[in-house]
Ligand binder design. Structure first.
Ligand code: NAD
Length: 538
């Protein structure tokens, strides 16, 4: 009984501490209608282990995408605040890097437990700021949690190499060591998963970390930072700044930042890759996508249509791995009317409403852009089989909703095919053969993900082998690898040499040091050893 009471008391204390993160990252964060304009909650900076109010005079409104009410404000951090955050990371780096790897692992082990205990709370916050359904928001946290669990295996992942007796009495071995201060810049669509791709992996290796979350959805990162502190991460090892281009330029240029992890659009990613690399930093950049699902006529029709609908419209299509393009091969084109019927059944609603299958888009501008791309399809000769542009959601008339939309008769030269739409829109192409389908996919510049639906092993093997895309699903519509593998988007979807998480994640956040050592037994006994000139010979 006493043990149960103690656990309950600990839970209540944790909740109370979380509430201090910012007045608002938790249950006190209410829609703006409950506040006067002066009481709109502000997102704090996290510097040296403290959640502090920015002194900035430039603030960005955060909106609930289902209502467009202002629910918070996030600062554009001042130069002094950003400098203080990097100094904090730099100051704490030597001690954190010297902390036993087992102690760092223990912090991560406690962290994964705290994330599990607070998963629903984090998800609720994601739905409020980002709009996705609560089920999708929980998935967002869960996929990030898996990376934290993977980071707990650091003791095996970070091992160096050894080679004994490379010559007489001489051994060669290597260590993987942290880089120093690393930084992360994240997008709006996965407010928990993507920050969790970054700082846990970097920090378990001994780096300290500066996060700049998406200015549209900063809440989940703040709560995750509080939980990380509660798990035992020392003050100053993780710092958080906010802002847009100014903060991004600051990160790219700062001489004390050694590596940048970026996830977001191609426009920002290419820019950050170039600018960060120019300043001598390691940069890994996961960017945009156009993912094709190739449907063979021998596929299991029921499964395939269900998978296509879920992967194209789930999360309102705001997923870099959304299956946004279908290629129907041969007789599979006859399935189109049934695909439309299934898509029609999806329920569009605010993400926190029971039964919602998809929520709103992130901003009115995103909705306008998606609608314009649908328009472009009609203008360029495609057919709109299902049109979600004029959808009205009862009770949420001001939200950024677009219903499931299917555009058929699409050709590769059309704008709606060439652009990443990032909304609940499936564009459909048709081909007579698998070879033609493969050519279309390989001619597209992006290489994030693709899937083939077939019951023929040889067809699946041929497609997986010939398609030039980094992540391939066989009867799996969204083939995001588990974190013991790496996220291996390729071509225009990725810049850099080393991918996120998996073994490659550890490689990105570490550098090798090799040690060649010679210990002769007679060294200890000889008083004056002979001079030996080192040569490159054997
Ligand atoms: P975004 O590029 O607009 O923003 C990402 C980050 O970059 C934000 O922190 C933002 O402040 C900053 N930023 C935005 N524009 C910038 C600019 N011009 N210069 C410098 N910094 C800038 O991306 P988004 O709209 O938040 O996210 C959606 C995009 O992210 C889509 O293209 C999607 O495919 C991509 N994405 C890719 C992956 C992946 O793993 N490949 C995962 C998730 C999202």
């Amino acid at each position: 009984m006493a043990a149960v009471a103690a656990v309950a008391a600990a839970g209540a204390a944790l909740r109370a501490r979380i509430l201090q993160v910012s007045s608002k990252v938790n249950s006190s964060w209410q829609p703006a209608s409950s506040f006067s304009s002066s009481s709109v909650p502000t997102v704090k900076l996290f510097i040296d282990g403290k959640f502090i109010e920015s002194k900035s005079d430039k603030w960005i409104d955060i909106h609930n995408p289902a209502t467009n009410e202002v629910i918070g404000r996030v600062p554009q951090s001042t130069k002094a605040e950003m400098d203080a955050a990097v100094s904090s990371c730099k100051r704490t780096f030597p001690a954190w890097a010297d902390t036993s790897i087992l102690s760092r692992q223990q912090v991560l082990l406690r962290y994964q437990q705290l994330i599990k205990e607070n998963l629903k709370e984090i998800a609720r916050l994601i739905t409020l700021e980002q709009g996705k359904t609560l089920a999708d928001a929980e998935g967002d946290v869960f996929r990030g949690l898996q990376v934290v669990e993977h980071a707990c295996s650091v003791t095996s992942l970070i091992l160096g190499e050894t080679m004994p007796s490379i010559t007489k009495d001489m051994d060669l071995y290597s260590y993987r060591l942290p880089l120093g201060v690393c930084a992360g810049i994240t997008p709006f669509n996965f407010p928990a998963m993507i920050p969790l791709w970054m700082f846990p992996m970097a920090m378990v290796c001994g780096n300290t970390f500066l996060m700049k979350p998406s200015e549209r959805v900063p809440g989940a990162t703040m709560l995750l930072a509080k939980l990380f502190q509660d798990a035992g991460a020392p003050d100053g090892t993780l710092n958080i700044i906010h802002g847009q281009h100014g903060a991004v330029n600051f990160i790219c240029d700062h001489p004390d930042i050694k590596a940048i992890s970026f996830v977001g659009s191609n426009q920002a990613g290419e820019y950050i890759f170039e600018r960060g690399s120019r300043h001598g930093k390691r940069v890994q950049a996961n960017m945009g996508a156009k993912n094709h699902g190739v449907v063979m006529p021998d596929a299991n029709k029921e499964n395939t249509l269900n998978q296509l609908v879920g992967a194209a419209f789930g999360a309102a299509g705001q997923r870099c791995m959304a299956l946004s393009t279908a290629i129907l091969v041969g007789e599979a084109k006859k399935w189109l009317p049934e695909l439309v019927e299934r898509a029609k059944k999806l329920r569009v609603n605010a993400g926190d409403q029971p039964g919602a299958d998809l929520g709103p888009l992130i901003t009115p501008e995103a909705k306008e852009r998606v609608c314009n791309l649908i328009d472009s399809g009609t203008k360029e000769g495609a057919s709109i089989l299902l049109d979600g542009r004029s959808i009205k959601v009862k009770g949420y008339e001001n939200g950024n909703f677009v219903g499931p939309t299917i555009i058929s008769n699409v050709k590769p030269n059309m704008t709606c095919y060439k652009e990443e739409i990032f909304g609940p829109v499936l564009v459909v192409l048709e081909t007579d053969t698998l070879d033609e389908a493969i050519k279309i996919v390989n001619d597209n510049p992006y290489g994030n993900g693709t899937a083939i639906f077939t019951t023929n092993g040889a067809t699946a093997r041929k497609y997986s082998h010939l398609v030039d895309v980094g992540q391939v699903g066989v009867n799996v519509p969204i083939p995001v690898p588990l974190p013991m593998f790496s996220f291996t988007g390729s071509r225009a979807s990725f810049r850099g040499d080393t991918n996120f998480y998996g073994k490659q994640g550890i490689q990105f956040y570490t550098q090798l040091k090799t040690i060649t050592s010679q210990w002769k037994e007679e060294d200890a006994s000889l008083s004056s050893p002979a001079v030996v000139m080192p040569t490159m010979g054997r």
